[in-house]
Design a protein around this ligand. Structure first.
Ligand SMILES: Nc1ncnc2c1ncn2[C@@H]1O[C@H](COP(=O)(O)OP(=O)(O)OP(=O)(O)O)[C@@H](O)[C@H]1O
Ligand SMILES: [Mg+2]
Length: 241
């Protein structure tokens, strides 16, 4: 709005109406402020949209989207230590983005809870995370070999290699099979080569993981000096303390 237009508007405005701006400078300052507000809103919407996309592609199930460090209850020392280590892992992630973790131990102790708390934190700072069961990963890749599939195994192996953090859940529940071990090794190998972290959730002892993932996978996971936590208390599902 130029000075003339501002003056004309002033002349035609009904009497008794208090103008919002007394000078052209005030009007310009107001317009600049409004522009800033609207661009902040656009950025916020954009970033909300981006975070929603990261979340929807993460494989985190609805129930676990609310898992956080704050709602992990502490009733024993093991839980406190697991919580501290998980929180520290999340806060330190950007300094060591190739470092993974192995959460192993009893059922219902919060391995998924704390892994999802880590994942939720990383997504909130714009990182890509994928959590999937070992069995699903292998089945998806094996589906590629069917005649109907439009994806190749290389495409899928690549897609599991992409996220900043890949959490392989329920390792040890899958059948022991050389083909599966080879596929998982390819994924883990790609990830190590691109300095990306891989995490393992399992009921098995880390020393017996080799049986399920194969020596080469485990060897690569250890190369990333993972954080290892033993969840050795009773199940939260059964109200154990
Ligand atoms: N200390 C805790 N505080 C709050 N909720 C908890 C705690 N421990 C477990 N839970 C909750 O209990 C349920 C089971 O936990 P979770 O799935 O993380 O167990 P898990 O160790 O992965 O078990 P599994 O080995 O059977 O997969 C989840 O809903 C989780 O949020
Ligand atoms: Mg679990």
């Amino acid at each position: 709005m130029n000075t003339n237009l501002y003056e004309k508007l002033n002349q035609i405005k009904p009497t008794g109406i208090q103008p919002k701006f007394k000078t052209v400078e005030e009007l310009r300052a107001f317009q600049a402020q409004e522009q800033l507000k609207s661009s902040e809103l656009v950025n916020k919407n954009r970033s909300n949209h981006f975070l929603k996309k990261l979340m929807s592609e993460s494989g985190i199930i609805e129930k676990m989207k609310t898992c956080s460090f704050d709602n992990y209850k502490i009733t024993n020392e093991g839980q406190q230590s697991a919580l501290d280590i998980a929180k520290q892992y999340a806060l330190n992630y950007e300094n060591e983005p190739d470092r993974g973790f192995i959460f192993f131990g009893n059922s219902g102790t919060g391995k998924n809870h704390l892994a999802c708390a880590i994942a939720n934190h990383l997504i909130a700072i714009g990182k890509t995370v994928l959590i999937d069961k070992a069995f699903n990963i292998v089945s998806k890749i094996n589906e590629c070999y069917s005649d109907r599939s439009t994806l190749s195994d290389t495409d899928l192996i690549r897609s599991f290699s992409k996220p900043d953090l890949l959490i392989i859940d329920e390792v040890g529940l899958q059948r022991k099979n050389n083909n599966e071990q080879l596929l998982l090794t390819s994924i883990i190998d790609n990830r190590i080569n691109t300095f990306k972290a891989t995490a393992i959730l399992t009921n098995e002892d880390p020393n017996s993981l080799e049986m399920f993932l194969g020596f080469r996978s485990i060897d690569r996971i250890h190369e990333g000096k993972p954080v290892v936590v033993n969840f050795n208390w009773g199940s939260f599902r059964r109200g154990s303390k």
